[in-house]
Design a protein around this ligand. Structure first.
Ligand code: ADP
Ligand code: MG
Length: 606
């Protein structure tokens, strides 16, 4: 590669995408983004290896968005993610990156979510689908997800999908998507099984591996705090309040917007804070640093780029409010403290899903990062009381209080109150603006929430992990059943024009005839009829019931599909339409026990 990419506008992305990034406040492409985006824009396949939290989502989402044709409302990008949370997270990221692309739609699909809702959303159309493998497979098989127009397929967190046992499903999906697609595979590690999948399904992929850097300063005390995003601000102010050797801090966040927001919030809480980011002129930035040096400011909230190389010896603390993408950034950040031979403090906030990133930093810097114990509310109150006493003692020693002694003596006489009661009232008044006690929130104290060693992995929804496996077995079994004649294709007289959905049809068949949904296979919707796979040996009673059963007020009039109708299934669900082939009387086929004449079709009402 040539010159390093430092700004997003150095990448060949469409203006609306750049505008969205500017609004979000991303300043610099992360290493994996800088390395992958040009290749993906050029149409290459990618095999990308980088730890979680390094910005892989944007690495594939931005070039994918760049290639989406908004005027076509069919899925053009499919992202497979191991869990429902990740599927939702990736969808939300797409939504944010596409905020300046009117009409753009992304749809997350995952197990455990209502099928009715999903089918309706799929029918409405989306440009990007983000799904868990089992559910995606299910929709491909039911033909509710049409991937003929797919141009990009992304396997996100491939090693995790392997670990969770989804790799066969992923391969099945790879085999059921257009061959000429672009494929990107991202993984935190590259076990052999993943490499094999990559070699098999990726075309001459560009391999990108982002390595972590090393070396930190040993005079810096490094600590971490596991804390969810919503509690970070409270945790920060609490730390600032109780750290004994606090003088000044640089607080690192990921975006320019976050620098502004956090600096404002800190100011509102009484801190002398300002932001420092790449949007500010050089002059402004220099002024902020000058103010930090001359103690006009105590806290600077900065992005990596803006704070690069800052040398202010009084900086006692570096707070990694947002965890950095890589070890190199971490090393640069904490190097802003412990300068000129002084001791420094580096505190790292780790959100629950970032704990392995912490380990990665520890491994790469070969230094342990200790657990920070966040002081409790009571500890903070004790500290404030101690400071208050100190102030009172100083005033008693150094001020001339004769005027005030007279005032108090007057109050004592007039109200007949004890002197210590008056003192307490005065103490109350004195602390009104900066209370000595921490407010009772009724919620658990963040000190409790933040304590304890982080878990290796966030807990998962057990059903999410299991469901796709069962589902896959079911799908494969249904395909086998159909191939071996245990399932047959039936025709019903309700279709799209009746506003019927596959969910309605499954519901009616399952409820009316008591057929479990796992015995209900593919459903294809046509204009004025549909076909559905059901056991080939349905009893006559069941068939009678299903002839009369209704969906959307329309009798199903179920009967075996004619060979022509079955033949149309080879292709995709066709338009059908009113000019569809005339409805033929039923001819006996498969395992029926009654002559075909009994199952003459009834004309659907117009
Ligand atoms: P990964 O997929 O590698 O785990 P994510 O894509 O989830 O990482 O990104 C982690 C965090 O970093 C997200 O909060 C995202 O908004 C943020 N992020 C990604 N790229 C950038 C960037 N270029 N500048 C600032 N923040 C970024
Ligand atoms: Mg990710």
């Amino acid at each position: 590669m040539t010159a390093p990419i430092e700004r997003f506008d150095q990448l060949d992305l469409q203006a609306p995408i750049l505008a969205a990034l500017a609004e979000i406040g991303y300043e610099t492409p992360s290493p994996i983004q800088a390395a992958c985006i040009p290749h993906l824009l050029a149409g290459h396949d990618i095999l990308g290896e980088a730890q979680t939290g390094t910005g892989k989502t944007a690495a594939f989402a931005l070039p994918a968005l760049d290639r989406v044709d908004i005027s076509k409302r069919n899925p053009q990008v499919l992202v497979l993610a191991p869990t429902r949370e990740l599927a939702i997270q990736v969808s939300e990221a797409f939504q944010r990156y596409a905020s300046k692309m009117p009409g753009f739609h992304v749809l997350p699909i995952y197990g455990g979510q209502s099928m009715v809702v999903q089918l309706r959303q799929l029918q409405r159309g989306a440009h990007v689908i983000v799904g868990t493998p089992g559910r995606v497979m299910d929709h491909i098989e039911r033909k509710s997800l049409n991937l003929d127009g797919l141009s990009t397929l992304v396997l996100d967190e491939a090693d995790e999908m392997l670990r969770m046992g989804f790799i066969d499903d992923v391969e099945w999906i790879l085999e059921h998507t257009p061959k000429e697609r672009q494929t990107a595979l991202f993984s935190a590690t590259m076990p052999d099984a993943i490499r094999r999948v990559a070699h098999r399904y990726l075309r001459d992929p560009k391999e990108v591996k982002i390595k972590a850097a090393t070396a930190t300063v040993s005079t810096i005390r490094q600590r971490f705090l596991q804390i969810a995003g919503v509690h970070k601000l409270d945790a920060l102010t609490r730390i600032l309040e109780v750290e004994d050797d606090f003088d000044a801090a640089i607080v690192f966040v990921r975006t320019k917007t976050a620098t502004v927001e956090l600096a404002e919030k800190l100011e509102a809480r009484g801190y002398a804070a300002a932001c420092l980011n790449g949007d500010m002129t050089q002059q402004l930035r220099e002024r902020v640093i000058e103010q930090l040096k001359n103690k006009t400011l105590d806290i600077v909230v900065a992005t990596d780029v803006a704070a690069r190389g800052i040398d202010v010896p009084r900086v006692s603390h570096v707070i990694n409010f947002d965890i950095p993408y890589d070890t190199e950034a971490y090393v640069h950040r904490i190097g802003r403290t412990g300068r000129a031979g002084r001791a420094g403090n580096a505190i790292l906030f780790v959100a629950p899903r970032e704990t392995h990133l912490l380990r990665q930093i520890e491994r790469a810097t070969r230094q342990p990062i200790e657990l920070l114990k966040l002081p409790s509310r009571e500890a903070v109150a004790d500290k404030r009381v101690a400071a208050f006493r100190q102030q009172v003692a100083e005033v008693l020693e150094s001020e001339d209080l004769s005027f005030f002694l007279d005032v108090i003596a007057g109050m004592e006489a007039q109200h007949d109150t004890e002197i210590h009661e008056i003192a307490a009232a005065l103490a109350f008044l004195a602390q009104k603006d900066r209370p000595l006690q921490m407010p009772e929130t009724g919620r658990p104290d963040i000190a409790q929430l933040a304590s304890g060693k982080p878990e290796a992995r966030p807990p998962r929804d057990a059903r999410e992990a299991r469901e796709p496996r069962e589902n896959r077995g079911e799908i494969l079994e249904r395909r086998r059943d159909y191939a071996e004649g245990r399932l047959a294709r039936y025709r019903i007289d309700v279709g799209r024009e009746h506003m019927a959905s596959p969910k309605d049809i499954v519901g009616a068949i399952a409820n009316e005839a008591g057929i479990e949904s796992r015995f209900i296979g593919q459903i294809n919707l046509f204009e004025d009829y549909s076909t559905v796979e059901l056991p080939s040996d349905l009893s006559n009673d069941t068939i009678q019931i299903l002839r009369r059963a209704r969906v959307r007020q329309q009798p199903l009039n179920l009967r075996l599909a004619s060979p022509e109708e079955a033949a149309r299934e080879r292709g995709r669900p066709g338009p059908g339409g009113r000019g569809a082939p005339p409805k033929k009387p039923f001819r006996k086929e498969g395992g029926f026990d009654r002559p075909g004449g009994d199952f003459k079709s009834r004309k659907p009402k117009p």
